[in-house]
Structure formats: structure tokens, C-alpha cells
Design a protein around this ligand. Structure first.
Ligand SMILES: CC(C)(COP(=O)(O)OP(=O)(O)OC[C@H]1O[C@@H](n2cnc3c(N)ncnc32)[C@H](O)[C@@H]1O)[C@@H](O)C(=O)NCCC(=O)NCCS
Ligand SMILES: Nc1ncnc2c1ncn2[C@@H]1O[C@H](COP(=O)(O)OP(=O)(O)OP(=O)(O)O)[C@@H](O)[C@H]1O
Length: 204
């Protein structure tokens, strides 16, 4: 795959459809490196991030079973930028190291897809790690509607996350490819993803 885009950085706002696109890419043969999943494994009971998070955030954010109390942390960090910075200062270096290790362990010609919700926020770290940046884009109203339906969150909870993420314009500014995922059927989305996949094989 020397003449093609091997490492794909996939991003988009909450509820944009990143994981759906990532799943379609794995069906085409990509190896997925999912930063949300890595963050979850680092914060399960016994995970490498638990001790530093206990120290940074306090005991009340660790559940009785020893895992991170995700609902409590979510409620806190999306209201308190300082707490969000503390969480990210612990997790982001560990997430990046795990991404690098997985990429290094992959076969030389394996196409890799990095699913990174905060790629635009940390583009200086990611630009050199990927050959193309793909942004899944949709309106804020669609994001809110999808996350309320998928996760049962309130509208305010979704909007609090959106307010803490890069703007649509900031994400679009770093995109090599954009998937406009608004009012698109899942079949149409799949066709779009296949077209991109074929184009990446030709390196453009
Ligand atoms: C805050 C946490 C505990 C909430 O957990 P929860 O299970 O409720 O949500 P989940 O992990 O599924 O994330 C849902 C979505 O929230 C958004 N999100 C998550 N973390 C962040 C963040 N630090 N800043 C902005 N948005 C975020 C993303 O769009 C993500 O896809 C969790 O998201 C977390 O540990 N975040 C810090 C790690 C991180 O920065 N992850 C992003 C990977 S680059
Ligand atoms: N084109 C589409 N048509 C219908 N439903 C869709 C479409 N795209 C995504 N969805 C649905 O919207 C919800 C959010 O999509 P998905 O989980 O892929 O988003 P995400 O960007 O990964 O979100 P998060 O940042 O929260 O992880 C899911 O329930 C998914 O099935």
C-alpha cells in the first residue's frame, strides 16, 4: 500500500456518525484503532489511568468497583474546564501511546483507521500520525437528536459536550475528506464510504 493512504484519521463531533463510518471501514478491511474504546479500557477497574485520576479528580469519581464513574465524570468535566483539562492530561498521553503501539504492531500493508473524537483539538499531535483526515459532519440539531435517541441523554447534556468540542468550521478546516452525514440513508452513507475507500487506494 506504499502508493496509497494507509493511515486514516477519522473525526467528527459527538453523534456525527464516526463510529458508524468506522464500522463500515472495518467491513472493507480496515483495522480500527478506537480512542474512545482505549479510554474506556484505561479507566476500567485496574486500568492504568485509575490511580492518577483518583489523585487528580478525587476519590468520589471512582466507583465502588474501582472503575471510573463515567456518569459522574461526564457531569463534572463538561461543566468545569479545569476538571476536563485534568482528565485529558492523564488520559491523552496514555491514549496516544496505546495508538502508537497498536499501529506499530499492525502488518505493514494494513490500512488503519484511527477514530479520534478530539482530532481537531489536538491536530498538531495527529497530523504526522495519519495520511488523511476524514471529517464526518452534520448539523448540531442532528447531533443532539442522535445522541438523545442513542444514549438517552438530555438535550442539555448533549449541548454541554458540543460546547466543549471544536466547532464544525474548525473540524472542516483540517479535513482532507468530508462525509456529510445529514439526511443520508445508511445505504447512501455506505456508498459514500466505499467511494472514499476506493479513492484512497489511488492516493487522492
Ligand atoms: C468523560 C467520559 C468519562 C464520559 O464517558 P461516557 O461513557 O459518558 O462517554 P463516551 O466515552 O462514550 O464519550 C462519548 C463522546 O463524548 C465526547 N467526549 C469524550 N471525551 C471528551 C472530551 N475530553 N472533550 C470533548 N468531548 C469528549 C466524544 O464525542 C465521545 O465520542 C469519557 O468520555 C472520557 O473518559 N473522556 C476523556 C477521554 C477523551 O478525551 N476521549 C476522547 C478521545 S480523543
Ligand atoms: N446516516 C445515518 N442515518 C441514520 N442514523 C444514523 C446515521 N449516521 C449515524 N446514525 C446513528 O446516529 C447515532 C450516532 O452515530 P455514531 O454512534 O456513529 O456517532 P459517533 O460520532 O460515533 O458518536 P460519539 O461521538 O458519541 O461516539 C447512532 O445511533 C447511529 O446509528
Amino acid at each position: 500500500m506504499s502508493n496509497s493512504a494507509r493511515r486514516i484519521g477519522l473525526t467528527g463531533g459527538i453523534g456525527s456518525g464516526k463510529s458508524t463510518v468506522a464500522r463500515l471501514l472495518t467491513q472493507l478491511g480496515a483495522l480500527l484503532i478506537d480512542t474512545d474504546a482505549i479510554a474506556r479500557s484505561l479507566t476500567q477497574a485496574g486500568g492504568a489511568a485509575i490511580a492518577p485520576l483518583r489523585e487528580q479528580l478525587g476519590e468520589r469519581f471512582i466507583a465502588p468497583d474501582g472503575a471510573l464513574d463515567r456518569a459522574a465524570v461526564r457531569e463534572r468535566v463538561f461543566q468545569d474546564p479545569q476538571a476536563k483539562r485534568q482528565l485529558e492530561a492523564v488520559l491523552h498521553p496514555l491514549i496516544l501511546a496505546e495508538c502508537d503501539a497498536r499501529a506499530a504492531a499492525a502488518p505493514a500493508h494494513q490500512r488503519l483507521v484511527f477514530d479520534v473524537p478530539l482530532l481537531a483539538e489536538s491536530v498538531q499531535r495527529w497530523r504526522a500520525r495519519v495520511d488523511r483526515i476524514v471529517v464526518v459532519d452534520c448539523s448540531e440539531a442532528t447531533q443532539v437528536q442522535r445522541v438523545m435517541a442513542r444514549s438517552g441523554w438530555t438535550q442539555d447534556a448533549v449541548q454541554a459536550v458540543i460546547a466543549q468540542q471544536a466547532s464544525r468550521a474548525q473540524r472542516l478546516a483540517i479535513a482532507d475528506d468530508v462525509i456529510a452525514n445529514d439526511g443520508l440513508s445508511l445505504d447512501a452513507l455506505q456508498a459514500h464510504v466505499l467511494a472514499l475507500w476506493q479513492r484512497w487506494n489511488l492516493n487522492n
